[in-house]
Design a protein around this ligand. Structure first.
Ligand code: MG
Length: 174
């Protein structure tokens, strides 16, 4: 049985994942409005991945007899000056999410809840990828800053991203 403290923390994380989804959907729409079709697609894949993260936590809580509470999702920003700025915010945001999972891991250890600690390992690994992907895109955007052709080519590259369901969801056939 999940402790109340852990249930509250997991519910807060579910909300944070949906907020992340909202943030990336907003970035996707902003890029689309500015003619950056590929970058818009990249963020729309990110939007789906964040929903997967929430779903994994929801499924986990349900499997442990926890009570999932879906709280309101706070408003997100709607406009960025450039894809560079959007990716700067993405990296900063993912670093905050990493810190949230570190805190969740600490709490799970404190509660001697090893099943939760194990489930969280997937997220800890995922955050390494999230941060390094954002950093990689940021580096590329910095390299082509001010170069319209470079941005055009990079936008095409970002448009090639494919969505694959997160491993824990794929494992259960979703
Ligand atoms: Mg996430």
């Amino acid at each position: 049985m999940l402790s109340q403290r852990l249930q509250d923390a997991l519910n807060a994380q579910i909300n944070a994942e949906f907020w992340s989804a909202y943030l990336y959907l907003s970035m996707s729409m902003d890029c689309a409005a500015k003619g950056l079709k590929g970058t818009s697609h990249w963020f729309s894949v990110q939007f789906r991945e964040e929903q997967d993260h929430a779903r994994i936590l929801i499924d986990y809580m349900l499997s442990r007899g926890g009570v999932v509470k879906l709280a309101p999702i706070a408003e997100v920003r709607t406009s960025w000056n450039s894809p560079l700025e959007a990716f700067e915010e993405t990296l900063a945001h993912e670093r905050r999410v990493t810190a949230m999972f570190d805190e969740l891991c600490r709490l799970a250890a404190e509660e001697h809840d090893y099943a939760t600690a194990n489930r969280l390992v997937w997220f800890v690994d995922e955050q390494i990828e999230e941060e390094s992907e954002a950093q990689e895109k940021l580096d590329a955007l910095r390299a082509v800053e001010g170069n319209k052709f470079g941005i055009y080519m990079l936008d095409k590259e970002l448009g090639a991203r494919t969505y694959t369901p997160a491993a824990p969801l794929a494992a259960q056939g979703e």
